[in-house]
Design a protein around this ligand. Structure first.
Ligand code: UDP
Ligand code: MG
Length: 154
């Protein structure tokens, strides 16, 4: 099944939203395939946000992403990249729809609680950027057969 990479940003850590965010993913039926805390540095952020390095806000983005350790997660599920992006909401939390993570928990365009991969191709690259292969677990939780129809699991 498809995987996606989530980062609970320093805004989630500082505002004690870790449990609320992870609970949403679990209640949705997504499988936690990997999870750990780590301190990001400039090198990994320049790679991860390569599409933004020339933007004027990049220095503040760097500082904000290094402000505390973060929690990185691999979530697994059917069409999980698109599902998690829709749960995440628009980049600017003030614009993000109510019911989304950013829409419900944030007020900032930059301090927007989580990162979520935007395409399956980028998800593959991002999972490999933050996780060693042995840190991502392939298992079937007991809930799986109640989460999907048989033909969706085939
Ligand atoms: N960001 C920002 N200002 C912008 C665009 C992006 O501060 O105008 C920050 C914000 O934290 C965002 C991150 O840079 O989550 C990555 O930007 P991207 O366009 O990839 O948005 P995302 O995929 O996170 O919605
Ligand atoms: Mg992005």
């Amino acid at each position: 099944m498809e995987q996606t990479l989530i980062i609970l940003k320093p805004s989630a850590i500082n505002r004690s939203l870790v449990g609320d965010v992870i609970t949403r993913f679990q209640r949705k039926g997504l499988v936690i395939a990997g999870i750990k805390m780590m301190q990001l540095d400039e090198a990994i952020l320049r790679e991860h946000y390569a599409h933004l390095v020339e933007r004027p806000f990049f220095p503040t983005l760097l500082r904000s992403m290094m402000a505390t350790p973060v929690i990185v997660m691999v979530l697994r599920g059917k069409d999980v990249v698109a599902v998690v992006r829709s749960m995440t909401g628009a980049t600017n939390s003030r614009v993000a729809a109510p019911g989304t993570i950013r829409g419900d928990f944030g007020m900032s365009g930059q301090e927007n609680i989580i990162h979520a991969s935007d395409t399956p191709e980028n998800a593959t690259v991002e999972v490999a950027r933050f996780f060693a292969p042995e840190e991502v677990f392939d298992y079937s939780p007991a809930t799986l057969s109640a989460t999907y129809a048989d033909d969706e699991l085939a």
